[in-house]
Every structure is written in C-alpha cells, then in structure tokens.
Design a protein around this ligand. Structure first.
Ligand code: TPP
Length: 272
C-alpha cells in the first residue's frame, strides 16, 4: 500500500509514463486530460480509496467513477500499478479485442461503470450513493469529472439530486484544467463562479491545487466536509501536466505523442 507523499508522487510519474506510452502506441487522443488527473488518481488509489485489488468486488469497497471516460489511459495505468490488472495488458490499450477500450469500459477489474459520453458519471454516482446509503453501507462514491462535463445539463441535474438527497457519501472531484476539446472553458461556456454554483446546489465545496499531493490527500481524507451534504472538490489543474511541452495546450487534447515527443516526455519524467 502506498503511503508517503513521495510514494504517491512516484505512482503519479509511473501513471503519466504509462499513459504516454499507451496513447503513443494506440495513436489515440486525450493525453492532455489523462495527464491533468494523474496526481488525483495517484492520491486516490495510493491513499484515499478503501479498495482491495485482490477483491475488486468487495461489497464494502469505495466506488470510483471516472466520468471523463475519454481520458481513461491514466485510470487503466493506475489500476495496473495498484494490482487490479496486469501491467502487460496496458500495451493492448485501444486495440481490437482488448479489455482496455478507448473510453473506460467495465470488464477490466476495478472499473465500476462504462463512461465516455460526457455528463453521465455524476448521475450514475448519485444513484450508487443513494442505494449504498439506503443499505447503510460504509462505502463512499468518488466521481471524477472534467470541467467540460459541467457544460452538460445532466451534471447539474445530478448536482441538484445529490444536494436534495443529502448524499454525504458522495464526492465529486472536478479536474478543472480550464481546457476542453476545441477551446478554453472560459470561452466555450464559462463556469465561474464555479464553487458558488455547487454551494447553491447544496454541496460542501473545497478548491485545491490538483497537483499538490498533500492538499489532495488532506482534503479527500476529511470528507464529508459538512454533514448532510455531498462534497465537491474543485481541483485546479493544468492540461498536459508533467510534460513541459504539453502543458496548457489545446493541441494535446486530440494529438497523440509522436515518437520524438514520447522519448522527450519520458526523459523529462525520469528526471523528476
Ligand atoms: C456527450 C459528449 N459530447 C462530445 C464528446 C466528445 N468529447 C470528448 S472529450 C470532449 C471534451 C474534453 O474536454 P473536457 O471534458 O474538459 O475533458 P479534459 O480536458 O479533462 O480531457 C468532447 C467534447 C463526448 N465524449 N461526449
């Protein structure tokens, strides 16, 4: 079990390296959004989530829902690094017949739900959290959303639902990297004042640096932040984080790393 901040940083580096290799070999998109959430995934799987790779269907496990299913390379990498799936399967990402489909899909151990159509994850997580609460289960439900998904009406319907049902066992984490597929959030559909919107829908809200491992762990280990409310953690992140020439660029939403970019990116990660 990963415990120290340094261990979690190491896990995040390995998640990033796998994600780069996977999107390079599959010639697939979404490396920018896979990299922006790598620290969040490392903190969740390294410390926060009560899960057991040996018993992926243990009834009392926490549920993790990756709502931004397009960026799943880094979730598969996390599941491999934490023992849910064999590391060797990562090389089959996005190929015919694989269990590691290009948008996150059940079939790989540890994947709770299939997503990829933006805006579905939080509604699913709400239903799971309500059912678990009614069963008096100790399990929590963590849903990781993109900022682009907060342009979807279904996300806000789920936000209303979570507040109304006082789903204290539900935690939404937003990977707020400020960039979508074709433009910046502020230009496409501005979200600010973002935290105030979630508060108004009945959620307890925290805003953190989504690359500060200690801040992520500290916040997620203290949920629920308020009694009788679901928690929303707005994690300020950088698209492409960890690879200097990809950071903050729209290009790497769709563009896979070239041979040369992969080599340079892996060199950079090794040097950290
Ligand atoms: C309903 C729906 N519409 C369009 C798409 C195509 N699509 C894939 S990713 C994306 C937006 C990416 O931006 P964001 O959601 O903020 O993700 P991130 O930057 O975290 O990768 C879009 C429009 C989709 N997957 N689902």
């Amino acid at each position: 079990m990963t415990t120290t901040t340094e261990d979690i940083r190491g896990l995040a580096r390995r998640i990033r390296a796998h994600s780069l290799r996977m999107t390079h070999s599959a010639r697939s998109s979404h490396i920018g959004g896979a990299l922006s959430m790598a620290d969040l995934l490392a903190a969740l799987y390294g410390r926060v989530l009560r899960v057991d790779a040996g018993r992926p269907n243990w009834p009392e496990r926490d549920r993790f829902v990756l709502s931004k299913g397009h960026a799943c390379a880094s979730l598969y990498a996390t599941l491999a690094e934490t023992g849910f799936i064999p590391v060797e399967t990562l090389s089959t990402f996005y190929t015919d017949g694989t269990t590691l489909a290009g948008h996150v899909t059940t079939g790989a151990a540890g994947v709770e739900v299939s997503t990829g159509s933006l805006g579905h994850g939080l509604p699913l997580a709400c239903g799971m959290a309500l059912a678990l609460a009614r069963d008096e289960s100790p399990s929590r439900v963590f849903a990781l959303l993109s900022d682009g998904e907060c342009d979807e009406g279904s996300t806000w319907e789920a936000a209303l639902f979570g507040g109304h049902h006082q789903l204290t066992n539900l935690i939404a984490i937003i990977d707020y990297n400020k960039i979508q597929s074709l433009g910046h959030v502020a230009d496409v559909m501005a979200l600010e004042p973002f935290g105030a919107k979630w508060s108004a829908f009945g959620w307890a809200v925290a805003e953190i640096d989504g690359h500060d491992i200690d801040a992520i762990v500290r916040t997620l280990e203290t949920v629920p932040l308020e009694q009788h409310k679901p928690t929303c953690v707005i994690a300020h992140t950088v698209k492409g984080r960890g690879v200097s020439f990809m950071e903050g660029l729209l290009t790497y939403h769709y563009k896979p790393p070239s041979d040369d970019e992969l080599a340079r990116a892996l060199d950079e990660l090794e040097g950290r």
